[in-house]
Design a binder for this molecule. Sequence first.
Ligand SMILES: Nc1ncnc2c1ncn2[C@@H]1O[C@H](COP(=O)(O)OP(=O)(O)OP(=O)(O)O)[C@@H](O)[C@H]1O
Length: 234
Amino acid sequence: MTSTTTTTTRTGATLSRISAGYARQIALHEVSAGFPAGAVTAVVGANGSGKSTALGVLAGIVRPVAGEVERPAGRPALVVQHDTVPALLPITVRETVRMGRWAGRPWRRLSRQDRAVVDQCLARLGVESLAGRRLSALSGGQRQRVLVAQALAQEAGLLLLDEPTAALDVPARETISATLREVADSGVTVVHATHDLAEARRADHCVVLGRGRIVAEGPPAEALSRENLFDAWH
Ligand SMILES: Nc1ncnc2c1ncn2[C@@H]1O[C@H](COP(=O)(O)OP(=O)(O)OP(=O)(O)O)[C@@H](O)[C@H]1O
């Protein structure tokens, strides 16, 4: 079997019978799930259940061995877990967020409009006062907010975030949740992976994974039922 990818404009993203993994490990087994546009979807599951792999497939950085991916047109924005980003990169917070405007052309000169978007994204995540600091001089939670600001600066139709609130204190977590909501309200397909059930219950839509398979999909009140969570975690 082979995999294919197509683009959509308004329907969000879908995975259809996706199988994907790594050299010695199949991480997703025939996974089918929808990620609506203009909504926040939480991908929920235990450690190793395949959440990051599913985000990687949606982002186009993990190639499925079978199945079909549909995603909104344009380059998706992906926020990886902050501890996977080399902390010693010798760049400032502002430079990090500017990279979100490169649009595939590294070090291109940014327009006035690009620079305005960068300033807005720094302010939105409450990191404007850190703009001149080295990324390496930030705490894990501050760095995470900067990475979210970088992804917002891309103004992508598909925003993917791998546990964006895991290292954050309560105010920072609320800032990110509120930002994701606003971004979704503007029509973007927002998908985040989380272990945090309270966070998942605030989403519009949930995809529950267990051992690389779909356990449930739907509104949080249905998808996060006690039975489904038991299945996902056992
Ligand atoms: N780079 C890799 N090379 C080999 N196997 C991998 C790699 N990344 C993940 N895996 C394996 O694929 C499976 C799914 O991992 P994945 O990272 O997608 O899960 P996850 O639900 O995001 O986990 P966590 O909550 O711990 O982040 C696991 O069994 C994991 O060991």
